[in-house]
Design a protein around this ligand. Structure first.
Ligand code: NCD
Ligand code: ZN
Ligand code: ZN
Length: 347
């Protein structure tokens, strides 16, 4: 399908990092401009681990929004080995917490407070299964003996398969999937198991990390994979299969934290999110399936109503700025200084 103008139901972002403080003020408008809602990741320092902390963080997000926006942050709790089943019940009853995030300790940015062993959170997982609160997973093992490109596949074998067996009714999302193995696992699972897919994993393979030299702004976790995996992700996202939905994993870091001897993981895409997904769907010849991936499958999975308003995209290239404000610093966005093929004509 070729098209120059596309009206779609307002999309939602089911995996987003908004950060906190002055940085939050710099980035939240980018998301609020195009998305109706977003699942907000809890990996702050300290983590958003309790309902009280989620309420406070939500209030800070709402206070940072430009006046007049109707964007809704959907909060998550950071699972720690101190999380209690009672907290899960309270979180579910609050109506503001929509999921609990599992970071294997040490797997990614601010995951030190995460879970070392799932055996230590069995009571909490039971409570989540019972209350229907989804478990969102950063699906990578942290075993240093496992090759970094294999950590997602090994997570599926060592942790996800046993978890599915032990908690067959637990709602779960394998976040930011990057491999053919993850696509196949999720595709074969029941509908209460889903996966988010980022724009950058649809558009880039691992060559992008080393193109002409080391490219810190293409470094994220899970790390970009081979072309065969990218192709599997594009097939999944554009297939119409309801297991798969949009989650940008937009994860800004200050320029100096990325352009460093030991640079942080994370790619900022919120400034051009739906436009980048439109590029990926257009390349696959499946622009007609963007709307469901971006606006239907996510709310259906989370048991929330679909958005009722729309946005309009047009095939009109624009150039991404070299840098964007980020608190007291700046952030180098995805495609900095380069062009994006689609723009938002009405939001
Ligand atoms: N994706 C990333 O590379 N980084 C995320 C953490 C995460 O989602 O794993 C971040 O918070 O910076
Ligand atoms: Zn992650
Ligand atoms: Zn993330």
């Amino acid at each position: 399908m070729s098209s120059t103008r596309l009206e779609i139901t307002r999309p939602d972002d089911w995996h987003l990092h908004l950060r906190d403080g002055a940085a939050l003020g710099s980035v939240v408008a980018d998301t609020a401009r195009q998305f109706g809602r977003a699942i907000v990741m809890p990996n702050l320092k300290p983590p958003v681990a309790t309902l009280a902390q989620a309420r406070e963080y939500r209030a800070r997000i709402l206070a940072a929004l430009p006046v007049g926006t109707r964007f809704q942050p959907l909060m998550t709790l950071y699972l720690t080995e101190a999380t209690t089943p009672d907290e899960i019940a309270r979180a579910k009853a609050s109506g503001i917490v929509h999921a609990v995030k599992y970071y294997p300790a040490g797997a990614t940015t601010n995951s030190q407070a995460g879970v070392r062993d799932l055996a230590n959170v069995q009571g909490v997982l039971e409570a989540m299964e019972q209350h229907g609160l989804p478990l969102l997973m950063h699906g990578e093992v942290t075993d240093p003996a496992v090759d970094i490109f294999d950590r997602e596949q090994v997570f599926i074998d060592r942790q996800l398969l046993p978890l599915r067996e032990r908690f067959p009714k637990l709602r779960m999302v394998l976040e930011h999937i990057t491999t053919r193995a993850a696509v196949e696992f999720v595709r074969a699972a029941p509908t209460h198991v889903g996966a988010t897919i980022t724009a950058h994993h649809l558009l880039l393979n691992r060559n992008a990390i080393f193109e002409g030299g080391i490219r810190p702004h293409h470094y994220c976790l899970p790390v970009l994979k081979r072309e065969t995996h990218r192709t599997a992700l594009v097939e999944a996202a554009t297939s119409g299969d309801t297991h798969f939905f949009l989650g940008t994993d937009s994860a800004p870091h200050a320029q100096e934290a990325k352009e460093a001897a030991c640079g942080c993981a994370g790619i900022y895409t919120a400034h051009a999110a739906i436009e980048l997904y439109a590029e990926a769907f257009e390349q696959a010849g499946r622009l007609d399936r963007l709307e469901a991936f971006a606006g239907f499958h996510g709310p259906d999975f989370y048991g929330l109503p679909r958005n009722t308003d729309s946005i309009v995209l047009e095939r009109k290239p624009w150039t991404v700025p070299d840098a964007l404000p980020f608190g007291a610093s700046q952030c180098v966005p995805f495609r900095a200084g380069q062009s994006v093929a689609w723009s938002i004509a009405r939001c």
